[in-house]
Design a protein around this ligand. Structure first.
Ligand SMILES: [Zn+2]
Length: 250
């Protein structure tokens, strides 16, 4: 019932902005940092030593250890059904932008190009001193330990373009504009508990509808919200069928 209604809204929309979080990538094998097997929960990695920028500058080995495991998972990860659905929205010319809290690069892998990675991405890096850019291939060889984590030009430390604690979040202005300009806001796989993304929905125009697809509670207070509390893969399969008349279940 609800799905037919939201499929209609999506079909009729022309400038959809999508906000995504960890829930969209768990089925791709990426652990939710805050979920049951996430690094904030299991204690396998100390989040402070792993993601604090000042600590990283003193001793990058904690991050390196995390990144090695993360990159090994990423190598095998494939975009989920919901990633593919969002890529299809762009392909069909219906997408304003994707705003994601994820650092896994899976939206790009799925085929999206209009992506605002507010927490950065693990797929590239920069020298902290001379700002030389490093590709994912180079970053991978650092994480997998066959290459030194120091810049080959100036000897400075190389940091991935992931937003650490103590660093500025990226693409705030662009994200807020994408929310202001959209004619439908679709929020997938996030409980909206982490700022600044949790504030973005408040920038929609008053008459713009908001669809939230997530398993579990979502911190949002808006008169125009339609909630789907369901598995994202199930939602993606239904929406593919309803909006694009495509079957992705096999
Ligand atoms: Zn350098």
């Amino acid at each position: 019932m609800n799905y037919k209604h939201i499929a209609n809204l999506i079909s009729n929309a022309k400038r959809i902005t999508v906000i995504t979080g960890a829930g969209i990538s768990t089925v791709s094998g990426i652990p939710d940092f805050r979920g049951k097997i996430g690094i904030y929960t299991t204690g396998e990695y100390d989040p402070y030593k792993t993601f604090d920028i000042d600590y990283f500058k003193q001793d990058p080995s904690y991050f390196q250890r995390f990144a090695k495991g993360f990159v090994e998972i990423l190598e095998k990860a494939k975009p989920s059904g919901m990633h593919k659905f969002i890529a299809m929205l762009e392909l069909e010319g219906k997408l304003e932008a994707v705003i994601t809290q994820n650092i896994d690069g899976l939206h790009k892998k799925a085929g999206n190009s209009k992506i605002y990675t507010v927490h950065g991405t693990i797929e590239q890096g920069h020298c902290l001193e001379c700002h030389k850019a490093y590709t994912f291939k180079e970053m991978k060889s650092i994480y997998l330990n066959d290459r030194s984590p120091f810049c080959n030009v100036c000897g400075g430390g190389i940091k991935p373009d992931v937003v650490f604690f103590g660093e500025q979040v990226m693409f705030i202005k662009e994200s807020i504009n994408a929310v202001r300009n959209c004619d439908l806001l679709l929020i997938c796989g996030t409980s909206l508990q982490v700022a600044p993304v949790s504030n973005f929905p408040y920038y929609v125009k008053p008459d713009v509808g908001i669809i939230v697809i997530n398993m579990g509670d979502v911190m949002i207070d808006n008169r125009n919200v339609i909630r789907i509390n369901d598995e994202l893969e199930k939602a993606a399969a239904i929406l593919f069928k309803e909006v694009f008349n495509e079957d992705i279940s096999d």
